[in-house]
Design a protein around this ligand. Structure first.
Ligand code: NAD
Ligand code: DGY
Length: 386
């Protein structure tokens, strides 16, 4: 028999049993569910990553919906168990859903929710922070101070890269990539080169208008270019930030050959998913190119780093915290809960992901819609008219 899993229960007499595999920030998400007749069970097991067996034990034989995490493996085994337990709803508390087998969920009629929009600016801000930390060697300099090694100003001490007037490269200019590009362009007057499968029209218009504004004020205008190939970005840019989804087209997008064509003093930032970079190749590249720097929020074998990475002074590493602002994390919890609630209640799908704010307003009830269900079309969920 499976080991019992410890849980905290809200609204024990609720009609719909909804599980959250982790405690999530804020309480609004719990209230939204309990107000709508859900019994909410939050896993309190003292274990960072739950196994498939742990989650099977949580689902049990009656469960209407689950809010899960990006560290969990949501595939055939869990979706078939959820279906057997009467469930129709699942949401990741994340925008990325590479940990989810959407086809398996669809096969069992289960909606897969995610949380786009609410983390765009927060994640872009972390990518910008990593760009600055790497270019100005902030972490190395901090460690030097704390080690008591500073004995006076020196002309060569921790010399880094100036961003102003340099070129920022964005690979994957979707919501987060575009927000990051704007920060680097507005903040540091960098020129843009980007690569995406689709044209980033709004971003292009913004850079054009900002360039005209600068020119009208007697300043050097910023420019943009949509690259025909990813290699063009890698060759031309001084700072390159990766923001694509992780799928088979982006696995090891940055490999040994592509690292070799980047500038020797380039800065590479990754706040997308670890496997977008071949991390073994990256460690080798960092070793032989001390002026090349990286800022990493995500890792190929998370939570582990590939051997040698931690020893590299030219790498700034943080533990997957790009979406970690209070507002964003509470918002992610709310969107995930509303995805599950909406699917259970048979609500239509929200169609304007640029307007997820309406679900986050504490002072008014959220629309009767599912904020974001990635397989809505396959499941025949209708579009909201709100
Ligand atoms: N580190 C974190 O905490 C964190 C936080 C949020 C999101 N993310 C990751 O960032 C990703 C992007 O989020 P988003 O909200 O901007 O999504 P998005 O869908 O708006 O943007 C992704 C972009 O990648 C582009 N793309 C897809 N395949 C590509 C390819 N082969 N080459 C180039 N571009 C390609 C798409 O066309 C799209 O424009 C998420 O899927 C998630 O994995 C990480
Ligand atoms: O995909 C996501 O949402 C992140 O990785 C967690 O914020």
């Amino acid at each position: 028999m499976a080991k019992p899993i410890s849980i905290e229960v809200w609204n024990p007499n609720g009609k719909y049993r909804v599980i959250s595999t982790k405690s999530m920030p804020g309480t609004r998400w719990i209230k939204l569910l309990t107000d709508q007749d859900c019994r909410v069970e939050i896993c309190t097991e003292n274990k960072t990553i739950l196994s498939v067996d742990d989650i099977l034990a949580l689902i049990g034989d009656k469960c209407d919906g689950v809010i899960g995490q990006l560290t969990e493996d949501w595939g055939e085994v869990l979706f078939s168990a959820l279906r057997r337990a009467g469930g129709t709803a699942f949401s990741n508390m994340a925008v990325g859903y590479n940990n989810v087998d959407v086809n398996a969920a669809t096969k069992y009629g289960i909606g897969v929710g995610n949380t786009p929009g609410v983390l765009t600016e927060t994640t872009a801000e972390l990518a910008a922070s990593l760009s600055l930390a790497a270019s100005r060697r902030i972490v190395e300099a901090d460690q030097f101070m704390r080690a008591g090694l500073y004995d006076g100003w020196l002309p060569h001490l921790f010399v880094g890269n100036l961003l102003k007037g340099q070129t920022v490269g964005v690979i994957g200019a979707g919501r987060i990539g575009s927000a990051y590009a704007r920060m680097m362009i507005e903040g540091f007057k960098m020129n843009l080169i980007y690569y995406d499968l689709y044209q980033a029209t709004r971003l292009e218009k913004f850079v054009t208008a900002y360039g005209q504004f600068l020119k009208a004020n007697g300043e050097q205008p910023v420019t943009w270019k949509r690259a025909a190939t990813m290699e063009d970005v890698l060759r031309e840019a001084d700072v390159i930030s990766l923001h694509p989804v992780l799928d088979k087209t982006t696995y090891h997008l940055i490999n040994k050959e592509r690292l070799a064509i980047m500038k020797k003093e380039a800065i590479l930032v990754n706040a997308s998913r670890g496997p977008v970079i071949d991390e073994v190749a990256l460690v080798e590249h960092l070793k032989v190119n001390p002026m090349f720097r990286v800022g990493l929020d995500v890792f190929e074998d998370e939570p582990y780093m590939k051997p040698g990475l931690a020893d590299q002074k030219n790498a700034v590493v943080v533990p997957h915290i790009a979406s970690a602002s209070k507002w964003t994390r509470e918002g992610m919890a709310t969107l995930a809960a509303l995805n599950v609630l909406g699917k259970i209640k048979g609500y239509p799908i929200w169609t304007d992901l640029n307007r997820v704010d309406v679900f986050l307003d504490e002072n008014s009830p959220p629309p009767a819609a599912c904020p974001s269900i990635v397989n809505a079309k396959q499941l025949g969920i209708s579009a909201s008219k709100l």
